[in-house]
Design a protein around this ligand. Structure first.
Ligand SMILES: NC(=O)c1ccc[n+]([C@@H]2O[C@H](COP(=O)([O-])OP(=O)(O)OC[C@H]3O[C@@H](n4cnc5c(N)ncnc54)[C@H](OP(=O)(O)O)[C@@H]3O)[C@@H](O)[C@H]2O)c1
Length: 290
């Protein structure tokens, strides 16, 4: 009886070790060439957190941002902590030529692109009727046009490395109109709509499209101040630490989820916002000064 019990324990132990090995292997991208993920806006904030979560899973990285210093710092940190290669490209994604130039660079280097993360974005506490036209155009170009353009120009590389992934970063602000952040909410809503449709368009090509819609993430002091001012205690509870957002975003993208809202409270709030008629949510946001 006791030897039977010991054998059962031994078999269970062997099985659990096998299972752990299998799980570890499934997190490591297979194939002789290590795949790359391109993170547009990957030098800091949510983009850096996504890059780090990918590095943990052994993806090589291409990081895009405007400032070379931030990119070099991110590259040094990631290469020191993880056994990955990090390429950096300093470019303003709001420029019309940027997407094509980035795609040409990737093709010339024969990059095995497995994942595109469109993260870079611009927002603020107040936009339409307050910001000059140039700033509003910049917002539309960066938040929406660069996502659309990079997805299209990098599509051949993603297709040749399928199954592959696109992760677009919208916002909870994309679920309903927000009067004071009119253009920000409009661009993020467009990113959401674009992602939904693209997911169906690319299904047969085995490219999975996901859309990250975070609530507040305190990547800079202005976001924390604005959240506390408008949502108070509730807003602070809803906020999710940036590293956690990156981890959740990558984990669920690899699981091929469509909408990704990190945090339980943000998830519940998103459900309510999406359920209510838009004229109500718009009025509520207007009342909150949002
Ligand atoms: N933080 C939040 O509470 C929150 C909530 C919901 C959604 N989001 C969305 O999440 C995304 C990231 O937000 P974040 O707070 O992490 O921003 P962040 O900390 O300001 O980081 C933005 C990243 O994008 C790069 N970037 C900015 N403008 C660029 C441009 N024109 N061309 C190329 N790269 C550019 C930045 O580097 P350089 O400055 O060097 O260019 C940086 O790497 C945005 O799309 C934002 O709308 C944020």
């Amino acid at each position: 009886m006791s030897s039977c019990f010991k054998s059962a324990i031994f078999i269970l132990f062997v099985l659990s070790v096998q299972l752990q090995n299998l799980q570890a292997k499934s997190a490591v991208p297979s194939g002789a060439v290590r795949p790359y993920a391109l993170v547009a806006g990957g030098s800091k904030g949510i983009g850096f957190a996504i890059a780090e979560a990918l590095a943990k899973r052994h993806y090589n990285l291409i990081l895009i941002a405007r400032h070379e210093a931030g990119l070099k710092q991110a590259k040094a940190q990631l290469e020191k902590n993880y056994a990955v290669r990090v390429e950096i490209i300093a470019k303003d994604l709001s420029f019309e030529s940027s997407a094509t130039e980035i795609a040409t660079w990737c093709k010339e280097k024969k990059i095995a692109l497995k994942m595109l993360c469109n993260v870079a974005g611009f927002g603020g506490t107040n936009d339409y009727l307050k910001l000059p036209l140039d700033s509003l155009r910049y917002m539309a170009r960066l938040n929406l046009e660069s996502t659309m353009a990079l997805s299209l120009t990098l599509l051949p590389l993603l297709e040749s490395n399928a199954p592959s992934y696109i992760l677009n970063v919208a916002s909870m602000a994309g679920f309903a109109p927000i009067p004071e952040k009119n253009m920000y909410a409009a661009t993020k809503s467009a990113v959401l709509s674009f992602s939904y449709s693209l997911r169906y368009q690319l299904k047969k090509k085995h490219i999975s499209v996901s859309c990250l819609c975070p609530g507040p993430v305190f990547t800079k002091p202005s976001i924390e101040t604005d959240t506390k001012e408008k949502l108070g205690w509730f807003g602070v509870q809803m906020a999710v630490p940036v590293a956690r957002v990156g981890e959740i975003a990558v984990e669920r993208t690899l699981k091929k989820r469509m909408i990704i809202v990190p945090g339980t409270l943000a998830n519940i709030s998103s459900g309510v916002i999406r359920f209510l008629p838009q004229r109500w949510t718009t009025a509520i946001y207007a009342g909150l000064g949002g």
